[in-house]
Design a protein around this ligand. Structure first.
Ligand SMILES: Cc1ncc(COP(=O)(O)O)c(C=O)c1O
Length: 456
């Protein structure tokens, strides 16, 4: 008698019993206690330890990790320099409720590396950094509107959120709706991804406080961004009196030691930093930019009118925390040398080449491409991808497909961010990459066998 082949879900449940129990326990008190659980299907994988390019779950399964702290870990997990710095600082106290020298060293590194950074202020997250920037831009220009391209992501708060997924003119998940281009009040104007003419038309109205652009393009290059668009954005924002914001939450220190802006040679007025900026510790975000704009964050002793009505409020219990500052200084000093970015990018290219070979061998409609050390996987029809930059803003991959690819990869020892993105680190070796390429081959075979994908 021929035994029926077990489905990937059955195999996954069988090989992750401990994670299954923890998922059920978590659901009793939360939806999974995990910021990114919305992008994966239960049972979630519960991790107990991570080192270098690897992480291990409660059931003893080992993974080559490409989530890498959602991009916060360019050096890999638990890098010795970062661990030593954190250990040393934690012994000395975790919160002084006062200034500390490490935060100056941290800010000095940012000012040395990031072209836009004449001045720096610390906040907790990328979302908070962009909220602060939106307030700064409005206060500086006296205008109400924010302009952004569809699909680009700047955080999950209020007026940063419109336009992150189609239909772009409807509120996102019960939150603030975008405003139309003719609206007179404050709000967010969403224009089509990479549409230069729409950008000029919107800016020319003279009521936009800031144009936000994501470093590397929407979701760090999932939809690429022609550099010419950014050069034009710089020229037009100058012309129409709008502040240019380049969001380097992912791309900062990763694209190059000076981020996406240094790689392109474009200096924006303001830049949020997060992820890598905290050296792998939480709460390591920052706002940096032009001194005259950043001056709005400062109180002026004796100037009651300014302090009560004009300056932009910036507070936070954990800003510039000394433990995070210690990790950040250790990691940014390594990132400043530029070697880790080059290694990670060459590993990303090796991965993309190998995955595309596995795709071609099987005749599947899919592709992999990379923007520096960020790898993107797409299953489906894409019309504008030359495998170095993908400009197909209309491509869409059903989330179920990403879930199943993720499950097959996990079964083969690889952990990908949301099943569509791989953040390659300096800890990944050629051996890791070749093992990952094999895992992709096995995952594609598994998906073909289950009839989830078909040959083109
Ligand atoms: C480009 C970009 N901006 C802003 C954010 C928000 O950062 P955080 O998750 O720290 O709030 C993210 C998060 O992934 C991001 O990728």
């Amino acid at each position: 008698m021929v035994k029926a082949m077990k489905s990937s879900l059955e195999r996954f449940i069988a090989s992750h019993p401990g994670s299954g129990v923890l998922t059920e326990r978590a659901f009793k008190v939360s939806r999974g206690l995990h910021t990114d659980a919305i992008f994966t299907l239960p049972p979630y994988v519960y991790i107990t330890r991570a080192k270098g390019s690897r992480k291990w779950d409660v059931d003893g399964n080992e993974y080559i990790d490409y989530v890498m702290g959602f991009g916060a870990l360019l050096l890999g997990h638990a890098h010795p320099a970062m661990v030593a710095a954190v250990k040393e600082q934690i012994e000395k106290g975790t919160h002084y409720g006062a200034e500390n020298e490490l935060e100056i060293e941290w800010a000095e590194l940012i000012c040395r590396l990031i072209p836009a950074a004449e001045k720096v202020e610390f906040v907790l997250s990328g979302t908070e950094a962009n909220m602060t920037i939106a307030s700064l831009a409005r206060a500086f220009t006296g205008r109400g509107k924010i302009l952004k391209f569809a699909e680009q992501y700047f955080g999950w708060a209020g007026d940063l959120l419109p336009g992150i997924a189609p239909p772009y003119d409807r509120p996102f998940a019960g939150q603030i709706p975008p405003v139309s281009d003719d609206a007179v009040s404050g709000g967010t104007v969403v224009i089509p991804c990479n549409d230069e003419a729409a950008m000029e038309k919107a800016l020319a109205k003279g009521d936009i406080a800031a144009l936000f652009i994501e470093g590397g393009g929407a979701n760090c290059g999932r939809i690429g961004q022609p550099p010419e668009l950014v050069y034009t954005a710089r020229r037009l924002t100058h012309k129409y009196g709008t502040l240019l914001v380049i969001d380097e939450v992912i791309s900062g220190f990763r694209w190059s030691p000076g981020g996406y802006q240094a790689a392109l040679g474009v200096t924006p007025d303001l830049t949020p930093l997060a992820k890598l900026n905290g050296g792998g510790m939480p709460g390591g975000a920052a706002v940096c930019g032009r001194a005259d704009v950043m001056a709005l964050l400062h109180l002026k002793p004796g100037d009651a009118e300014w302090n009560r009505h004009r300056h932009v409020v910036h507070r936070g219990t954990w800003n510039g925390n000394p433990v995070t500052a210690a990790a950040a200084v250790a990691v940014l000093n390594i990132a400043a040398r530029g070697e880790v970015q080059k290694h990670a990018e060459s590993m990303a290219e090796r991965l993309v080449g190998g995955v595309n070979r596995e795709i071609e061998k099987r005749g599947i409609e899919a592709c992999a491409h990379n923007s520096t050390s960020v790898v993107h996987i797409f299953i489906g029809k894409c019309r504008k991808c030359d495998r170095s930059i993908c400009l197909d803003a209309a491509k869409s991959m059903p989330p179920e497909l990403a879930h199943v690819l993720n499950r097959h990869l996990l079964l083969n020892g690889v952990s990908l961010h949301r099943g569509v993105m791989g953040l390659v680190s300096a800890a990944h070796t050629a051996g890791d990459i070749d093992q990952t390429i094999e895992a992709f081959g096995a995952a594609f075979d598994g998906m073909l066998a289950e009839g989830i994908i078909i040959r083109a």
